[in-house]
Design a protein around this ligand. Structure first.
Ligand code: CO
Length: 307
């Protein structure tokens, strides 16, 4: 299969699962059930998991996935960001959607808040649409950011200024180029055939995220010797199974046990053998939406693989 066919196949897997998983986003849904559903479906569809399924609620913009035994549930009216990625032959489809969880929303939020949640969702959708409309070979990536910012501003909301989309390459989720959500004056010019993930975030806050406590997602960085046998064993496993793309702490504790797995993840992080990603939370604790598609740049536009 050629590269483009692989990108298209990965995109179809992601869009089908995104659609099916969206139906689960309602009052009382366990986040753990949602992420495990998404990850197991990717494998069933013949893809590989490009990164742990992220389910980030409300003021958390990204980088939350369930640890093992996560008892957190979704409440009606919550802003639920579902961000998933699949690979076919290492070619990645990365897509995210925000859903306001269904159920008796009025029990948890005022009518004004519910309206606000709807607006925040619409704004990131508009931002993504505007961005995709600008994509073609020869466009400066700062211009894509300008389109995102302008579309979100029409809702009197802000993009998240310190989060970006990213270029994709084989087995490489963040391949070096960042796609901004405002005009950062980056003159880098897109080329035909490049794959990029565009992901506007919208918020009623100022539009900056900070690290929040906890680490649930990690990446392999470097091989190092460890005196503790079980830690060395975990590192060998990571190096063999997830050398290129991020993995979930849950996958490690499921395999090696809660205690041994957690100790290893801590030691490996401290020694910089693996990189721990913190969940990203809006600075003022304001609510955040996200919408993301993967596109392939063409002469006169682009193909959206995850539509
Ligand atoms: Co992405």
């Amino acid at each position: 299969m050629n590269m483009i066919d692989s990108y298209i196949k990965a995109g179809k897997i992601v869009s089908k699962i995104r659609c099916d998983a969206s139906e689960m986003i309602k009052e009382g849904c366990l986040i753990l059930d949602l992420v495990e559903y998404v990850e197991s479906e990717i494998l069933k569809c013949g893809g590989e998991i490009a990164f742990p399924c992220n389910v980030s609620l409300n003021e958390v913009a990204a980088h939350y996935t369930s640890p093992a035994n996560d008892t957190n549930i979704i409440h009606a009216g919550d802003l639920v960001k579902l961000d998933l990625g699949a690979m076919v032959d290492g070619y990645i489809a990365d897509s995210a959607i925000t859903i306001m969880a269904s159920g008796n929303k009025e029990e948890n939020y005022t009518p004004d808040e519910i309206n606000q949640h709807e607006e925040i969702i619409e704004a990131s959708e508009a931002g993504l649409e505007a961005a995709i409309a600008t994509v073609r070979a020869g466009v400066e990536i700062g211009k894509i950011g300008a389109a995102v910012h302008e579309a979100i501003s029409e809702y009197n909301l802000n993009p998240i200024f310190n989060l970006t989309g990213h270029s994709l390459e084989q087995y490489n989720l963040h391949a070096g180029i960042s796609i901004p959500n405002y005009d950062n004056s980056d003159p880098y010019i897109l080329e035909e055939g490049q794959a990029i993930a565009i992901e506007p975030f919208a918020t009623n806050g100022k539009g900056y995220v900070n690290d929040a406590p906890g680490h649930y997602i990690f990446s392999y960085m470097a091989n190092k010797p460890f005196r503790m046998k079980s830690t060395q064993k975990v590192l060998n496993y990571i190096k063999n199974t997830h050398p290129y793309v991020p993995f979930s702490g849950r996958w490690i504790t499921d395999k090696f046990g809660e205690r041994r797995g957690s100790i290893a993840l801590k030691q490996l992080s401290e020694a910089m053998a693996i990189y721990p990603y913190a969940p990203l939370k809006e600075k003022q604790d304001c609510f955040v939406s996200q919408k993301e598609h993967t596109v392939i740049v063409e002469k006169e536009g682009c193909t959206v693989t995850t539509i």
